[in-house]
Design a protein around this ligand. Structure first.
Ligand code: BTN
Length: 252
């Protein structure tokens, strides 16, 4: 798949620029890449640590699918980045996914994904998938452990990471278009942290505890709470007995 890569030394947020380009009608495969961001943000508008040396980019996609399938693309991008990071590690080891789209390396967050979409009636008009991969730096003081590739002895440039990840996008998008979400869901679940175990989901001011059963067809989390199955569409997940601790200020 041909990508049109727009490279910038610095931007506020590649997602903001990519979304504006998408609204103006840019083509499928437009990529906005910045060496650093001054207003990078993650889920729930939390700031995203964006110094030079990390990989910061957003892809605009226009797949011909119903609007109801938009959320699948966030899981697809998580699988893409997780596959890439796993391929850099000896023995493919230590890469997990945390619902909905965090990539963990040896239990600490190494990448975050920020999906956005706009629909026209029942059809997906465009999706923007923002990806932040900690290569050289990771933030301190976050309410969850964070890490970088360099911290695990992996030395790549942001440009190498960008091209390798875009190659994997081509592969996974083609499989998703031909085989549907099931193939992505299976790959995502194969790396899911906490699957079959008790997790805590923080949402707003409340918390839910239950056993993580899997993903629904639209990517919602299936949680067994005291024998009753609940469907979770938003929230911050924590493992074990601790609360999510992710509602405080800091990186998503
Ligand atoms: C998260 O984990 O909450 C998602 C983080 C997404 C960060 C990336 S960096 C490139 C793109 N531009 C942004 O402002 N955010 C995404």
């Amino acid at each position: 798949m041909p990508f049109d890569i727009q490279h910038h030394a610095a931007l506020g947020s590649t997602n903001d620029v990519a979304e504006a380009l998408a609204v103006e009608g840019c083509r499928h495969g437009t990529v906005v890449w910045a060496d650093q961001q001054t207003a990078g943000h993650g889920r729930h508008g939390r700031p995203w640590h964006s110094p030079p040396g990390n990989l910061l980019f957003s892809v605009v996609l226009r797949p011909a699918v119903p609007a109801s399938r938009a959320a699948e693309l966030g899981f697809l991008s998580a699988v893409v980045v997780a596959d890439y990071v796993a391929g850099l590690m000896p023995g493919d080891g230590g890469v997990e996914l945390k619902w909905p789209n965090d990539v963990l390396l040896k239990g600490a967050k190494v990448a975050g994904l920020l999906p956005a979409a706009q629909c026209t009636g029942e059809t997906l008009a465009w999706a923007v998938l923002g990806i932040g991969l900690n290569i050289a730096h990771f933030p301190s003081g976050t309410p969850y452990p964070a890490t970088s590739l360099n911290a695990h002895g992996v030395a790549i440039t942001p440009e190498q990471g960008l091209h390798a990840i875009l190659d994997r996008f081509t592969y996974w998008l083609s499989r998703w278009e031909h085989e549907g979400f099931d193939i992505v869901r299976t790959a995502w679940l194969a790396r899911a942290r906490g699957l079959g175990r008790e997790v805590t989901v923080g949402h707003g001011t409340g918390q839910l505890r239950g056993v993580f059963l899997g993903l629904e067809a639209d990517g919602a989390m299936r949680l067994d709470i005291d024998g009753a199955e609940r469907r979770i569409t938003a929230g911050d997940v924590a493992f074990g007995t601790a609360g999510p601790g992710a509602t405080s200020a800091g990186q998503a």
